[in-house]
Unconditional design. Structure first.
Lengths: 1116, 223
């Protein structure tokens, strides 16, 4: 090895050593940093064993790897292996290190290697080499020795210093952490600042109970810990504060097993521990029984007819009808030992079977209900299901009484008609009228209450309308008795008892005869007054018409004033006509009243009917036409037409007035007759009652006479009232028949009357004293006296009628005499006029005589008119006959003036014939009147005709029925019917003989038809034509009954074909079909079914009640 | 002998046929005319109902008793009659008992046709108020079945006779939604049913009346 090589080797060695030193220095730096880092981490984090093992391994690896690396590098560098630290590199480095050598060493080295290789001697090269050798010999080791930099030394020193300080300060920590790292396989417990410990431990509770736990600890306990628990796979936590070194918590309503523990989570990441936990303990829960699948079955009371309902258990409010049976069915989650229902009032046991429970209770009132149960361990259910039971009460029924009115007057029929509406939730059980009879104050009081059942009520119909007629005849009500009654309507509530609705009080009064006649008199007086007023108005109208006529005569035009007057006249006439209508209605009322209570005789009833018809016919079509004509003329403002119309109108007013006069007179006469009827009627009633009392007296014991005493008392009262009525009748009769008036006074003041009064009083007193013998005696005597009084009253009545007839007969005779005289004169004139020529000088004389006869005929007409005011027997036929005769006389005179002798003669014949017919009719009327015994009625004729009509109707029905029989049966029946028809025909002939005026009319034709029918029967050819004929016969007979008042000219009988009208009525039917009341009730029923609350239902009922009342008041 | 036998058989046969024609069929439809009190002519238009019944018989399949029945309210015949007829010109009067009987009969299914012959209006309405105090008259509109059930009356009730020259009205009373009373007013169907020579109405007018009457019967039967 050359010197240079040695030198380089030395340098290499130096360099390698230096590199090693430096490396070690750096490695120390790194390693120590790493070490302390790990130590710090370990001291902070207290790594787990695996981590520590890794750290340890890391450190060891780092150390060993580092050192090995350094050594290997030193070795390589020292030996210049693998081209590391090659001679050239060293030489270069030396050149840098030793500037005085610079690159000489390198060059020399290269020269050496070249020479070596060439194996030649190169002196120059050698010289260079030797020089270089000399140089390098002069170099000391110090010159080439490297030193670590000061900076590095300082840094290293600082570093080590810091390490040292840290080590000193944290020597425990580092020693411990170093110890732990050096023992990587050893587990070292993490040092905790505190321990948590569960004091409560495992707990056993029953489901739903609370459980209190407590956790405490050792060490520096935190202010709060986190309590964790899991239950039913759910984890929850809560922070609980420390209190006196304890952490307490209560679990409420624990249902399932719960594991719990406390823990504290490290709040800093620099702590070696993450969480500190207590031990995990468990709360063991024993389940309580739980009731589920609850179902209620509501069984309403039978009487409601409601369906059974089920109610689900999840709805806690149950509404059921009072009295319902409610059954409960439910399941539990475990086997039960017992179960019961708890209400606020009682406890009801339920039937338990395994896990099921059931039972029932009856609903009486609102309550809160809970269902409780107990398992085999005597554990009860917690929070038992609670239900609110609401009772639906059975409301009382609704009752609306449409008729009768609250106060009514009974009539002869003794019937009260009820029209009632009622509704109820579920139906009815009974409907009765509870009544009490109140007698007049002078009789003893009857305090008994009676019941009358209404059978029409249907128990199951919840809404219904009842029509009931109550016959009071069995109640033996008497005059002036009052029937006080209320309607009791009970529903069908069989649970708590029927609810009863009671109507307001109704009073039905049985009027006394006196009351009835008084009422009748009132109506009649009103009629009379109204008629008189009308007559006065007619006078005014006539005056106005006269004035207008005068004005029209003078005027050329119709001015406004005249139009106004005309209008006023027409308006007044309209008023008159409506007043007449009112009177008609009044008459209708009178007729109804008298008929209902049988107050007057049939004769008088007939008269009322005739008077009604008379009034109807007063408003003639001619009058209406005249008014219309006047109206038209007024509108046209034509004075001529106005004048004509006024004349026409005036004429008709006169007729109208005349008829009204006639009506008034006849009416007053009828009233007078009525007074007489009243006396007789009252006596008849009293006699009837007295006879009953006497009959009953015979059968009664002494102790049972109090009832009869009351009746006798009533008789006394009635007799007293009768005396007043007789006084009244007497006064009325003074103007009509003074003799009748006198007789009435005599009867009133007679001893008989006085005795009767005394007998009645004695009888009553004896009855009150229970003395049957004397009672019978006095009562019988009173009865006899009453019979006598009645007989006398009837004879007074009969005498009055005869007197009226007598008077009428005298009047008729006067008229007849006049008619016969006219007939005689006319006949004489006819004879004298026979053969008279047109140029005869007797013409004038004949005309003069005819005129005289005409004047006499006018008088006859006046007489007939006066007579017609007193009797209905003056028929239109008679007026027609006379009117016809008069017209013929007019024509005869005219013809004579025109010298038409032939025509004049004919007219004279007609006139005579007319007068003769009139005379015959007069005779016939007189005969009828005499036979009927009534001065003013048509009774006998009407009666006969009525009877015959009835018979004909029976024959007609028989004929129709006969057609349905077998041949043999038909034969027999035909014979019988033929006989009946023949008999009827004969009767008709006889009647027509008595009333010849009817021969020419319908009855004559009926007679002819009868003959044809009889022929059909004889020939046994009875068919539809026969039946049609029989119908015609009946129609004619019935028509004839009306023919006496039938007008010749009546629009009502006219049948003009109508013109077509375009429909302008409603487009649909109303929703209630005109059925007002029942629909209101049904609407209420429907509304109540909608399921509204009870309070709202009550409001709805009030609303409908008010609607009902409003409707009733509108109807009134 | 043979000839006599043949003759007898022929006579008997003819008689039987004739009788059969005149005999009403049992169960056949009939109309009962009400004989009421009050004075009005309940028997008016005697040929009306027979003509109507004949028209119904020839224009429908309804078996008809061609003879009208007559009854007072409360009679046996009345109770046997489901179809009642009232007409007249004047006063009508029902007693309280009659009103009740009539009401019950109508509520039990009977039908009443009242035809104003001109003049009975006031009385009829008054008396019907006694029968049904709680019901109002309802005018039947033109779309009611009564105007279309068999014959078409698009303009409602036909006007037969003039009366007061007001438009004709078909007024009804209903019970539980069913027509129980029909009152034809300002119309006079009865006159229209009469024999042609009674009122001498044009053929079209009579025909309308008969057709309307048939409609009324068919409606009543099919309620």
């Amino acid at each position: 090895m050359t010197k240079i090589q040695k030198f380089i080797h030395l340098l290499r060695k130096q360099r390698a050593n230096f590199a090693l030193l430096k490396g070690i220095t750096y490695f120390r730096f790194i390693f120590l940093s790493l070490l302390f880092f790990f130590l710090s981490l370990e001291s902070i984090f207290y790594f787990s064993q695996p981590i520590r093992e890794n750290l340890f391994v890391s450190l060891c690896c780092t150390l060993s790897t580092g050192l090995l690396y350094l050594l290997i590098r030193w070795f390589i560098n020292k030996n210049g292996l693998f081209n590391n630290s090659s001679d050239e590199e060293i030489a270069k480095w030396a050149g840098i290190k030793l500037p005085h050598i610079a690159d000489r060493l390198l060059n020399t080295l290269q020269l050496e290697k070249t020479l070596l290789n060439q194996q030649k001697q190169n002196d120059l090269a050698q010289v260079a080499i030797d020089k270089t050798n000399e140089q390098i010999e002069s170099i000391s080791a110090k010159q080439t020795k490297e030193k670590l930099s000061n900076k590095l030394l300082i840094n290293t020193g600082i570093f080590l210093g810091v390490i040292l300080v840290l080590f000193i300060v944290f020597h425990n920590t580092f020693i411990q952490s170093g110890y732990r790292i050096l023992h990587p396989k050893t587990e070292f417990p993490i040092p905790l600042p505190f321990h948590l410990e569960s004091i409560s431990g495992d707990i056993n509770i029953i489901g739903g109970d609370s459980a209190s736990i407590a956790i405490t600890g050792i060490g520096d306990l935190p202010d709060s810990i986190i309590l964790n628990w899991t239950s039913k796979e759910k984890q929850r936590h809560i922070t609980i504060p420390k209190k006196n070194d304890f952490y307490n918590f209560t679990f409420e309503n624990v249902q399932g097993d719960t594991r719990y523990w406390g823990e504290v989570v490290s709040s800093s990441w620099l702590t070696p521990w993450d969480t500190i936990k207590s031990t995990v303990d468990t709360i063991f829960v024993t389940d309580r029984p739980i009731i589920g699948n609850i179902e209620f079955t509501i069984i309403p009371p039978d009487y409601t007819g409601e369906d059974i309902k089920t109610h689900p258990g999840n709805i806690t409010e149950i509404m059921a009808i009072e009295g319902s049976r409610i059954s409960i069915n439910a399941d539990a989650n475990k086997i039960l030992s017992s179960a019961f229902i708890e209400t606020g009032f009682e406890s009801l046991e339920l039937t338990v079977s395994n896990k099921q429970l059931n039972g029932y209770f009856t609903l009486i009132k609102d309550e809160i209900l809970t269902i409780q149960c107990m398992d085999l361990n005597n554990v009860v259910n917690q929070n038992p299901p609670q239900y609110r039971i609401i009772t639906i009460p059975d409301s009382p029924p609704e009752l609306f009484v449409t008729s009768p009115d609250k106060e009514i007057t009974l009539d002869e029929s003794m019937l009260i008609y009820f029209n009632m509406l009622m509704s109820d939730d579920y139906g009815f059980s009974s409907m009765n009228i509870e009544y009490q009879i109140q007698h007049p104050s002078y009789l003893s009081v009857d305090t008994n209450l009676y019941l009358h059942n209404i059978p029409e009520m249907m128990k199951s119909a919840r809404t219904q309308q009842i029509f009931h007629s109550w016959d009071l005849k069995n109640l033996r009500l008497d005059w002036e008795d009052e029937l006080h009654f209320r309607i009791h309507l009970a529903d069908n509530n069989s649970f708590s008892g029927p609810s009863v609705t009671i109507s307001p009080l109704f009073i039905a009064r049985y009027p006394s005869m006196e009351d009835l006649f008084e009422q009748l008199e009132e109506e009649e007086n009103f009629t009379t007054e109204e008629t008189e007023e009308i007559l006065m108005t007619l006078e005014d109208i006539e005056e106005m018409v006269e004035d207008l006529q005068l004005e029209m005569l003078k005027a050329e035009d119709v001015n406004w004033e005249q139009t106004q007057k005309t209008q006023e006249t027409l308006d007044k006439m309209e008023d008159v006509l409506s007043q007449v209508q009112q009177i008609q209605e009044q008459l209708e009322l009178i007729s109804e009243l008298s008929e209902k209570n049988d107050l007057v005789s049939d004769d008088l009833q007939e008269k009322f009917s005739k008077l009604q018809e008379m009034l109807e016919s007063i408003m003639t079509p001619e009058l209406m036409e005249a008014m219309e004509k006047l109206r038209e003329a007024m509108e046209e403002l034509d004075p001529e037409k106005m004048l004509e119309a006024l004349e026409d109108f005036e004429f008709n007013i006169e007729e109208f007035e005349e008829q009204l006069d006639r009506f008034l007179e006849m009416f007053e006469m009828a009233m007078a007759e009525q007074k007489m009827d009243e006396i007789v009627k009252r006596l008849e009633e009293m006699l009837e009652e007295q006879t009953e009392i006497v009959d009953e007296l015979r059968d009664k014991e002494d102790s049972e006479l109090s009832d009869l005493a009351s009746r006798e008392r009533r008789q006394e009262e009635n007799f007293s009232n009768l005396q007043d009525a007789m006084k009244d009748a007497q006064t009325t009769m003074e103007n009509v028949s003074p003799s009748t008036s006198e007789k009435l006074e005599d009867l009133k003041e007679s001893k008989l009357s006085e005795e009767t009064s005394e007998n009645l009083t004695d009888a009553r007193k004896s009855m009150q004293e229970n003395d049957s013998q004397n009672s019978e005696q006095s009562a019988s005597q009173a009865k006899e006296n009453l019979e006598q009084m009645l007989s006398q009253a009837k004879s007074i009545q009969s005498a009055f009628q005869k007197e009226s007839i007598g008077e009428m007969m005298r009047d008729f005779q006067k008229v007849l005499h006049n008619a016969l005289s006219i007939s005689k004169r006319q006949e004489k004139l006819k004879k004298e006029s026979k053969g008279i020529r047109a140029n005869s000088p007797k013409l004038a004389q004949t005309a003069y005589e005819q005129d005289a006869i005409r004047r006499q005929t006018n008088q006859l007409i006046l007489q007939v008119s006066e007579l017609s005011k007193k009797t209905f027997y003056i028929t239109p036929d008679l007026n027609r006959a006379i009117g016809g005769a008069r017209m013929s006389m007019d024509k005869s005179i005219l013809s004579l003036e025109q010298k038409k002798t032939g025509t004049a003669l004919n007219e004279q014949k007609k006139a005579m014939s007319g007068i003769n017919d009139a005379a015959k009719l007069l005779l016939s009327s007189m005969e009828q009147m005499q036979q009927s015994g009534s001065a003013s009625g048509f009774e006998s004729f009407m009666e006969q005709l009525g009877e015959m009509s009835g018979q004909q109707q029976q024959i007609n029905q028989g004929t129709q029925q006969m057609m349905q029989l077998s041949m043999m049966a038909q034969q027999q029946m035909m014979q019988r019917l033929q006989q009946q028809q023949q008999q009827l025909q004969q009767a008709l002939e006889e009647m027509l003989g008595e009333y010849p005026s009817e021969e020419s009319g319908g009855l004559g034709k009926a007679k002819q038809e009868m003959e044809e029918v009889i022929k059909d029967f004889k020939r046994k050819q009875v068919n539809q034509r026969t039946i049609d004929r029989q119908e015609k016969i009946l129609s004619r007979m019935l028509d004839s009954q009306k023919s006496l008042t039938q007008k010749d000219y009546s629009e009502k009988r006219k049948s003009d074909t109508g013109e077509k009208f375009i429909y302008s009525g409603p487009s649909g039917l109303p929703s209630d079909f005109g059925e007002r009341e029942i629909l209101l009730m049904k609407a209420m029923e429907e509304a109540l079914k909608e399921g509204y609350s009870r309070e709202y239902q009550e409001l709805m009922k009030i609303y409908f009640r008010e609607l009902q009342k409003h409707q009733e008041s509108n109807d009134d | 002998m043979k000839h006599i036998l043949k003759y007898l058989i022929t006579i008997v046969g003819l008689f039987a046929v004739l009788n059969a024609q005149d005999k009403p069929q049992p169960g056949a439809f009939s109309i009962t005319r009400i004989h009421y009190s009050g004075g009005g002519d309940w028997y008016a238009d005697p040929s009306s109902l027979p003509n109507l019944l004949e028209f119904v018989s020839t224009h429908t399949n309804i078996a008809v008793n061609p003879v009208e029945k007559r009854a007072k309210i409360g009679d046996d015949v009345f109770y046997e009659s489901p179809y009642l007829y009232i007409t007249g010109h004047g006063n009508i009067k029902f007693s309280d008992k009659e009103a009740q009987i009539l009401r019950e009969h109508l509520m039990n299914g009977a039908f009443l046709h009242a035809d104003d012959n001109y003049g009975m209006d006031q009385a009829f309405r008054r008396e019907m108020k006694k029968v049904f105090p709680d019901k109002d008259w309802v005018e039947l509109p033109t779309d009611h079945e009564i105007f279309h059930v068999l014959f078409e009356f698009t303009n409602g009730l036909p006007k037969i006779h003039q009366h007061d020259n007001n438009r004709p009205q078909a007024l009804g009373l209903f019970h539980d939604g069913k027509l129980v009373v029909l009152y034809t007013y300002e119309c006079d169907l009865g006159d229209g049913w009469e024999d042609a020579n009674v009122h001498n109405d044009p053929h079209g007018i009579r025909r309308s009346a008969l057709e309307m009457g048939t409609n009324i019967i068919v409606t009543a039967l099919s309620r």
